[in-house]
Design a protein around this ligand. Sequence first.
Ligand SMILES: C[S@@+](CC[C@H](N)C(=O)[O-])C[C@H]1O[C@@H](n2cnc3c(N)ncnc32)[C@H](O)[C@@H]1O
Length: 362
Amino acid sequence: MHYRRIGTLDGATERDDAAYLDFIEGMKVFDHDAVEPAVWQRYEQAVAEFEATHGRPPATVDEMQPFLAHLPVLQAHQRLFRSTQDMRAVALPETYRKREAELLRELEEAERKGPGRLILDPTLAYPDYFAKVEFHRQPGGYAGDPLAGYLYHYGTKMLYFGRNDNDERNQDMIDRAPLPPDGRVDRVLDLACAIGQSTTAWKKRLPHAEVWGIDIAAPMVRYAHKRAVEMGIDVTFAQMDAERLRFPDDHFDLVFANILFHEVPVEVGERVIAEVQRVLRPGGIFIVHDVGQAKDWSPLDAYVRDFIIRDNSEPWERGWAEWDFTGALERVGFHSIERVAMSPQNIRPYVSSNPLRWVAVK
Ligand SMILES: C[S@@+](CC[C@H](N)C(=O)[O-])C[C@H]1O[C@@H](n2cnc3c(N)ncnc32)[C@H](O)[C@@H]1O
């Protein structure tokens, strides 16, 4: 019998584990609320000093490197981030493994239940760019552990400091998202849905629409379906490669992708957007949210993102950061493309993982 449930999340197996996970999350909150602001404060002072000496603000990360490399509060912040990720990577599998048989049974039983459906594809072969990476240093990555959905859910709970335990962030993002210009939404596709937090949010917003969530990773969609069953939300989850969508042309009114593109190589992303263009109906829209890109970064952002790319296992984010995504959307036939960069405050690390939004019309 596990210790507790946290919002829509299955919590730790034992009381001691729960206390330890709370401690890790507390350290992350401390880092975010107390240490990070101190980093920015020191950084802004250094920028002012640089301007006083050079008569202009620093333009590149190299110009700030001597300062950044010897800033104890920044090193403390990076160490805290790294260590809490390490602690999480050990503690989460440990606690869930204690009731692995029960959790696997739970996933299997949910497969036979509704509302909604789950479609798995046992013939799907995971591509190397995906299967060989432990994104965010989650042991086994998205597909290598049958409990990956549980690990991801608790892992992102910590990343969002407990502020998404009832999908508040996902729901808010979906509730504020635009709809196609003609207002018609009968079918929605949540692309790379992971554990389906945006998928169920779309169904809550548009109860009359048919809502699909697809993801390449079987453990993700299995957990997503189990969660939707428990929530009583009627959506369909399918294991599918976004490069080869098994839907007819002109099928969906709206396709949504939250934080997918920074986790795939650019050439994969190019094929994915061509597929999205194919399955959208004329007048339908593609909404993309993702992490920031280099052209919006201050030297400190560049320095910290570089650390994340190396130390938090995000090998494809460098390509994403430099990618002219608007141009790529245009080349596959989208028009009326809007790119919105949120305020620099939101681009700062960990404050918001998806500060950029594109809306494109087919
Ligand atoms: C950061 S998660 C997405 C989070 C999710 N969209 C949300 O709003 O909560 C990235 C997801 O992309 C999936 N993914 C990566 N490559 C894919 C592909 N080629 N086709 C489908 N899904 C893919 C991964 O399995 C993972 O679940």
